[in-house]
Design a protein around this ligand. Structure first.
Ligand SMILES: [Fe+2]
Ligand SMILES: [Fe+2]
Length: 278
């Protein structure tokens, strides 16, 4: 676990030169606030079901829980600063998502929740690979505190990318039929479900954020925002989605993803000297 000390107080909603990119990240930042505490509860439930002898995986799950517990705390601080800049409805979206997840916890199987969790985690693994080296053009001139939150979080997502995948397989991918049905088809179902569910929230929140912006913009600023949205979509289609498609390959294994250059070196600055966040 690492405890970054990030000063959120001066971060503006438009913290990157491409406003659409900044607002898309601001929308994305709402997601971990309810999802990661839920993930922790799901993993705690899964821990009780771990087959005997999975000591290493059990230790990794404990580390995962520790990391996620810091992630959502940091995002809540960031989200509070953003929402206070004219986006009060973000809290409503967050509440709706928390209610959905609560419903899953009460009504859906552990298998479903772990498949969903693995889908969510696979998004983090993809992002980890992108934040280090594939989006420098979007980060040029961006607020360094906002960038620090994302780089730290996405690097740790990359670091623990295998945990949910491994528990899911340890519990459900057993025997030939289990490997084919649960190990592939049901995993894909959980992954697609998580992506569509979360993408729906992100799209609605992003639209809300830029609609709020547009209401106070000059015509010239609106034209610039349209250009930013276009550049963001181009980046997502060209860089993010091709990486995401790899999740659907039958031989997909997050553990085999090559480590992005500089990712662990970046994390080193948050080790040792820091103190826990509240
Ligand atoms: Fe996280
Ligand atoms: Fe994670």
């Amino acid at each position: 676990m690492r405890y970054p000390r990030i000063d959120y107080s001066k971060i503006r909603a438009h913290w990157a030169p491409n406003i659409a990119f900044a607002q898309h990240q601001n929308a994305t930042s709402i997601i971990p606030a309810p999802v990661e505490p839920w993930l922790i509860k799901v993993l705690q439930r899964a821990k009780d079901k771990l087959p005997a002898g999975k000591v290493e995986l059990d230790t990794e799950m404990t580390a995962f829980i520790g990391q996620e517990s810091q992630h959502f705390r940091q995002h809540r601080m960031f989200n509070k600063v953003i929402a206070a800049q004219g986006y009060p409805r973000l809290a409503e979206f967050e509440k709706q998502l928390a209610d959905d997840l609560d419903g899953f916890f009460k009504n859906r199987s552990l298998k479903f929740m772990l498949a969903y969790a693995d889908g969510f985690e696979s998004l983090g693994a993809v992002q980890g690979g992108i934040w280090f080296g594939k989006m420098d053009h979007l980060l040029e001139g961006a607020d360094e505190n906002a960038v620090a939150l994302w780089k730290w979080h996405m690097a740790e997502e990359f670091e623990h990318r295998e945990v949910c995948f491994r528990i899911y397989h340890a519990l459900y991918s057993r025997g030939l039929w289990g490997k084919i049905w649960n190990g592939y088809f049901y995993r894909i179902y959980g992954c697609v479900y998580a992506m569509m569910h979360l993408q729906g929230y992100m799209a609605r929140m992003f639209q809300y954020l830029i609609d709020q912006d547009r209401a106070h913009m000059s015509e010239a600023a609106k034209v610039q925002l349209d250009a930013d949205v276009k550049a963001l979509k181009k980046f997502q289609l060209g860089v993010f989605f091709p990486q995401l498609l790899k999740n659907f390959l039958p031989w997909y294994n997050p553990g085999r993803k090559p480590t992005p250059v500089g990712l662990f070196e970046y994390l080193r600055q948050y080790e040792k000297s820091a103190e826990p966040a509240n």
